[in-house]
Design a protein around this ligand. Structure first.
Ligand code: HEM
Length: 501
């Protein structure tokens, strides 16, 4: 007769063997790039750090070596499945019941711990950016145009027609984008409120700090630890501060604006019951998304003006044709829409400096299979290699060459002659094969018409009013800063400004 110890040992061995067999590394079918976090994620930290330092190179190399093969990549938080572009047509047809962009956004910043998950409640933030903000552009843009002018005059008050004045790109772009965005969100009374400016920028810092804390805490402990972490208290105070600034005045402001084309007013008027806490939470997330991306893209564009001085005369001629120098009236939306060369320049700048090297982030909310049989299990975080796609000769002729007129022909006439559909893909907001910098499909950035319009006004006004160039001895852009996959303009970059005669 066998001893009870023998039976127990046998039972334990069987259970462990089954557990190991049923618990292989996640999504084993796909090749892995970067460092494998290994069984039970034992090597997850080396994998995360490697991604932080080398994420950009890993994605680039993977595309060059095997662009049609999906691969797994341990990013800072989630384990992402990077899919090749050939799956895009199928992915864009999938219903929102199978793919979620908002959930991917929340997951990527561990936003369930910092309140970013408010965007999962409904689509109010998305609809306001897409519908109300875009519809308000004809009335909003002239107001923003005047604001751009006054910010430029303030920030460049030391500039003259005789000498060039050095200005940090980061500072001027930050002032322009932050204050115009606050004007759009809260109206003229609040856009220059420095406390509100600080509050709105601080939100992103706290979300980042919370995510960093959480990475060090095992998943199952996170919800119980969250209330005791320093970012939680900071976030609570920040929300309270925002409500104090915004809510005594919000209704009055909206009434004063005569129906109110501010984002806060759109939230108030489209909410069934006004819940200040919820509105502030949604405003924070929308503002954070709008600010960071628009600042980066505008910074890149300003630097590209200096890096490609040969494209400035054409852009200047176009801007002066649509808005002659003697006119001190603000830009109108129809005039901005006619800036086709500027559209093309901004698209080319974005092609070279995408906001993120991976785009089209989604979470599979149900298991599905592609036509080739590849199965994407529920819960998979998927992405696409936006950066390398934009530099693929299959998508763009001579992709390494910066061609300001690539999307419209040298004088803009090609775009004018093209069909309406073609014209639309040639706009900055348009997407063509190889371009997923605004995302793709049914969740494409809903704020892109607004972002494009304000960026065009900023760059067109700089071109009309100033000569810009790099400091003496600098011919090329300082290298971009890659923090994992985010492509930031170099924070040290300085541009010289001189008032045009
Ligand atoms: C140059 C500036 C901008 C860039 C490059 C950009 C890019 C993007 C990208 C890539 C996405 C993800 C789309 C997808 O995965 O299909 C996105 C989503 C979004 N963007 Fe933008 N964006 C910009 C400006 C703005 C602005 C100014 C607003 C608001 C007025 C805005 C509001 C949103 C919203 C609400 C989402 C959806 C978030 C969600 O999934 O819930 N964006 N944007």
């Amino acid at each position: 007769m066998q001893s009870p110890w023998y039976n127990q040992l046998l039972a334990i061995t069987v259970v462990v063997t089954i557990a190991v067999a049923l618990w292989p590394p996640k999504k084993k079918a796909f090749r892995r790039r970067g460092i494998d976090p290994g069984y039970w994620n034992l090597k997850v930290w080396p994998a995360r750090i490697w991604f932080l330092i080398k994420g950009h190179d890993i994605v680039e190399q993977a595309y060059l070596q095997e662009k049609d093969a999906p691969y797994l990549l341990q990013s800072l938080n989630e384990d992402a499945l990077v899919l090749p572009p050939r799956y895009l047509p199928e992915l864009r047809m999938l219903p929102s019941s199978k793919l979620s962009a908002s959930l991917a956004l929340v997951t990527s910043v561990l936003g369930q711990h910092s309140g970013v998950d408010i965007i999962l409640k409904d689509r109010q933030h998305y609809d306001i950016a897409r519908v109300q903000v875009t519809k308000s552009l004809p009335t909003l843009l002239p107001i923003l145009s005047r604001k751009v002018d006054s910010i430029l005059s303030e920030e460049l008050s030391g500039c003259s027609t005789s000498d060039f004045t050095p200005v940090k790109v980061k500072n001027i772009v930050s002032a322009l984008v932050l204050r115009t965005t606050l004007l759009t969100f809260f109206g003229p009374e609040l856009c220059d409120n420095t406390e509100l400016q600080w509050v709105m920028e601080e939100f992103t810092n706290i979300v980042r700090d919370m995510a960093i804390f959480m990475l060090f805490i095992p998943k199952f402990l996170r919800p119980s630890m969250q209330p005791f972490l320093p970012p939680t208290a900071r976030m609570k105070r920040l929300h309270a501060q925002a409500r104090t600034i915004l809510f005594p005045t919000a209704w009055n402001l909206s009434k004063k604006a005569g129906g109110g084309d501010t984002v806060i007013n759109h939230f108030l008027t489209t909410s069934e019951a006004v819940d200040e806490k919820e509105i502030v939470a949604k405003l924070f997330v929308l503002m954070a998304g709008a600010l960071h991306t628009t600042k980066m893209s505008t910074g890149h564009a300003l630097i590209d003006l200096c890096a490609s001085p040969e494209c400035v005369p054409g852009l200047k001629t176009e801007a002066l044709r649509e808005h002659p120098m003697h006119e001190d009236s603000p830009w109108q939306v129809e005039e901005v829409n006619r800036l086709k060369l500027l559209d093309s320049f901004l698209k080319e700048s974005q092609r070279f400096n995408p906001p993120n090297y991976l785009s089209f982030d989604r979470i599979a909310t149900a298991t599905f299979a592609f036509q080739d049989g590849t199965v994407i299990p529920e819960g998979t975080f998927i992405s696409m290699p936006a950066g390398p796609m934009a530099m693929d000769p299959e998508n763009y002729h001579d992709p390494q060459k910066f061609e300001a007129s690539r999307f419209c022909g040298t004088d803009g006439s090609a775009a004018a002659a093209a069909t309406e559909k073609l014209q639309r893909t040639h706009e900055f907001v348009g997407t063509e094969s190889g371009n997923i910098h605004w995302g793709h499909g049914r969740f494409t950035c809903p704020g892109r018409w607004y972002a494009s319009a304000i960026m065009k006004v900023i760059i067109a006004q700089i071109i009309r009013r100033y000569d810009v160039k790099f400091p003496k001895g600098q011919e090329e852009r300082l290298p971009n800063v890659y923090l994992d996959l985010i492509v930031e303009p170099n924070p040290k970059q300085v541009v010289l400004f001189r008032v045009r005669e």
